[in-house]
Design a protein around this ligand. Sequence first.
Ligand code: ASP
Length: 358
Amino acid sequence: MSINRILTLFIGFLVLFSCENVKESASETSNNTQKVEKSEPTFGIVIHGGAGTILKKNMSDSLEIAYKEKLTEAISVGHEILKNGGTAMEAVTKTINIMENSPLFNAGKGAVFTHEETNELDASVMDGANLNAGAVAGVSRIKNPIDLAVQVMNNSEHVMLSGKGAEVFAETRGIELIDPAYFYTESRFQALQKVKQREIQNATKAVSNQNDPFIKNSKFGTVGCAALDKNGNLAAGTSTGGMTNKRWNRIGDAPIIGAGTYANNATCAVSSTGWGEYFIRGMVAHDISAMMEYKQVSLQEATQEVIQEKLTKLGGTGGVVAIDKDGNVSMDFNTEGMYRAHMNAEGELVLGIYKENQ
Ligand code: ASP
């Protein structure tokens, strides 16, 4: 065999060998690409529309459908934002806006009445990426208090503003002040009248209002949302009219960071609903995050212990929705029901109202 022929064979072999390698690395690349596609960052969203004595026997079919439709509409808005790469904070606020604008919930339109027959609204937001937070308390001329809470967070050096001052700040941020009559709904007004009548009856019988189940059960309903976005950022928000018949400018847990709302990228995002005084005393939302951080327990274990054990032992009623940094979700409550919904990255929806999931 001539030297030329040997060289040609050798070069041919080299070319063949390198072609094989290219093929292999190409398939490796496509495998990697597939892997990247598969491990596309997860996201998720969870909401509540208040907890309390919500019993199927007291609910008409049409009202149940109305709640389910509104919960689905709200969570779908947030889910779409997250799916398109939007931030957890944007998803939380836009989702809450839908519920604030619906008279079904005790937030924005449909807020409960104070003893003086006015509406005083509370709201807060927290960004888990940097622990920034904003809150407003006792506002009565802000259509969407959650938006004002965001403005406080982003455009003031404060975390919480209240009452008239918060409304003056709102104007500086271009948020329109509305006529308080906007918040009026007949059903909430009648609920206040019933609670007041019951208080008068109790006074004549020397019965405590605090333990009267009728009064306890007619007070609740709040909206909240917690979300995880594709960048791994968590956010939470809560908006409420507070509790029926509240007086003396009472402020609940909803605008209190750590009680009604908490978010930390290292752990989870939480929004609370229920008897606010107990959530403040228990620092419920922060406690869930702290348990995950200090005890290294799962979100499920943390919410279970804080709601079913600590809050219950304290005498508090209500629940939370929460999502952790991996997209795990918890919707835990110790009342008869909690309006709630969860949607994962695949768009699978879980809706619930009563204790048994339906
Ligand atoms: N937590 C709210 C408050 O105490 C009420 C509620 O969630 O229903 O103001």
